[in-house]
Ligand binder design. Structure first.
Ligand code: HEM
Length: 243
């Protein structure tokens, strides 16, 4: 079965998926490979621009994650801790590729204090946790998530995980990654500067890993470039700051 791009089908049992609800939604609607395998940098870049990020953000993110992963900061040339690929991982044409399960690889981008995933030490850090999801849905204010709500919720999550996880790994690097995820979410699914993200969009993206077309969302015509994303990130970080 190869349905057209944009048609939503939940992942099949042997499809690979990531801890990122947005990448999973893109795979479930065919903007990246539905089986989650052998995704090229060009495909990933085009999918995240389609959903609403600018070419500057898409290029910076994709070139980083397409590096070969090294657990060590001083790995071989061209490798990095934030890199997600294995050495020599290419498709049959020799083009570098990535599988979605590698997005969740340990000691790379995946981190503690997620909104809807458990810490690695405590359970499943890849799939949606139904209780965390319910709490996040209840954190909407008047059916919306504004930047303040996202930041304050991240702070609540930090306090919860600090109590629950004696080996919590959460420093400034993880804090800023978490706030960057929330900022991208706010810019891509928000209804403009003051209106926030509708709760129904969050239910679709997190609850069903589905792009919220049925709820009225359309991809932004003017994409979100760094000069928009960074101030939103800093605002979220202000409310989320736990240190
Ligand atoms: C190359 C593209 C992307 C990569 C490699 C990526 C990677 C990741 C990773 C590794 C996580 C898990 C972090 C954790 O442990 O909680 C994650 C979560 C997340 N990502 Fe992405 N992501 C990408 C694109 C996007 C885009 C375009 C958006 C928004 C429009 C987004 C929004 C989110 C959100 C909101 C979470 C938090 C989920 C949670 O905490 O429950 N990501 N992403």
């Amino acid at each position: 079965m190869n349905p057209p791009k944009g048609e939503h089908y939940p992942a099949a049992a042997d499809d690979l998926r990531s801890p990122c609800p947005v990448l999973n939604s893109l795979a479930n609607s065919g903007y990246i490979a539905r089986d989650g395998r052998n995704i090229t940098a060009a495909e990933l870049k085009s999918a995240i621009q389609y959903v609403g990020l600018g070419i500057d953000v898409a290029s910076a993110l994709v070139s980083r994650v397409f590096q070969v992963h090294s657990d060590d900061d001083k790995g071989p040339p061209g490798s990095s801790k934030a890199g997600l690929r294995d050495p020599g991982q290419v498709n049959k044409d020799g083009v570098p590729v990535l599988n979605l399960d590698q997005v969740g690889r340990p000691h790379a981008l995946e981190h503690d204090v997620s909104i809807t995933r458990q810490d690695r030490e405590l359970g499943d850090c890849i799939h949606l946790d139904p209780d965390l999801y319910e709490h996040f849905v209840q954190a909407a204010k008047e059916d919306r998530y504004r930047s303040k709500d996202l930041g304050s919720y991240r702070k609540t999550r930090y306090e919860e995980q600090k109590q629950a996880n004696p080996h919590l790994q959460f420093g400034k690097f993880e804090h800023y990654i978490g706030c960057a995820e929330a900022s991208a979410l706010r810019c891509v699914f928000g209804k403009g500067v003051t209106k926030g993200i509708p709760e129904a969009y969050v239910r679709a993206v997190f609850g069903e890993e589905r792009l919220p077309y049925n709820e009225g969302w359309t991809p932004r015509k003017f994409k979100a470039y760094f000069p928009e994303l960074i101030p939103v990130l800093l605002l979220i970080s202000h409310y989320a700051w736990p240190f």
